[in-house]
Write a protein that binds this ligand. Sequence first.
Ligand code: GLA
Length: 389
Amino acid sequence: MAKKILTIAGSSLLLLTGCQSNQTSQNANEKKAKVTKEVWGKLPNGTDIDLYTLTNYNGLEAKITNYGGIVVSLMTPDKNGKLEDVVLGFETLDEYMKDSPYFGCIVGRYGNRIAKGEFELNGTTYHLAKNDGENHLHGGIKGFDKVVWEAVPDTSAGEASLNLTYVSPDGEEGYPGNLEVRVVYTLTNKDELKITYFATTDKQTPVNLTHHGYFNLTGGAKRDILGHELSINSNGFLPVDGGLIPTGELRALNGTPFNFKSPKPIGDDINFDDVQLQMAQGYDHNWILAAHKPGGQPELAATVLEPESGRYMEVWTTEPGLQFYSGNFLDGKYKGKGGVIYQDRWGLCLETQHFPDSPNHLNFPSTILVPGDHYSSTTIYKFSVKNEK
Ligand code: GLA
């Protein structure tokens, strides 16, 4: 792999390019996948935290930090080719460390909720951290969104990738077993943000890894996401109780405001008189993906069109479920990139995953990883434009 150390504005940049030859004439305008690295900030204990910039062949760019594996920005073109940021987030590491509603991070060990922070496995009851009322949410008080990942960039296949690894020790946040996790972000030359997750364990443990990007395809988060047209490839969803824990019912979508089988603006039914919508203050539910095949290839889970900019995003996944969260808890308290205040419904999350609270629902697909088995999961966010206006 080609490697160069550059010094720009006093900071050292490690530049990796996807091209083995012609290293000395590397030019910023050349069309090739690359990854650069800069020091972004420090933890209170002095540990340096880095920011990696992945650029693909077409000039799309993702900035990803090894703190929480957070995608800090993602630049994709609109219908006129203008590159703009399509994810919510902060400008500085300090803001992420202080208080973030999971902006852009890797979520684990268990994405979504586990009721009362408890589950039973082989006769033992495990007690997890409770960080969402009486329930456990997104891996606990210090989940994978707040740990430092070991990062190694890779462009050897001609695409910009970042390999992130983390070893979660036995007992962390109450979970059994040492869990070795690897997450690979690739900004492919087909304009996809591809995320692959791998894990192994030395004791049985629940694992449900996901990514918590808040998308706003207007570019630069110009307005809320109620005009985004969403489709979800699903025939049913999981109704929840007041703590947003699935009741165990699998409910058909027909005739409900949860029906996104054909593209529909998110705002169309969000204020519908419906107990499920009222309980979650909007959409914050898991859809059962129709095309999922256990052990199969990624299938189309959802599409999103932002009609003004023409930006179009497809979500493909190997996972059986999709948590669609309509940014109901954004209430103007966060000032994001460019000084934009993130109001209610300023971003939407499409979190691919197994169903919430699976360890307590034996009828849901299992999330228990067994020693000797290999957890693996793939999700692709694919970007293009549709010029309908
Ligand atoms: C998930 C949950 C939501 C909320 C957000 C973070 O999407 O389902 O209820 O907790 O994360 O604010």
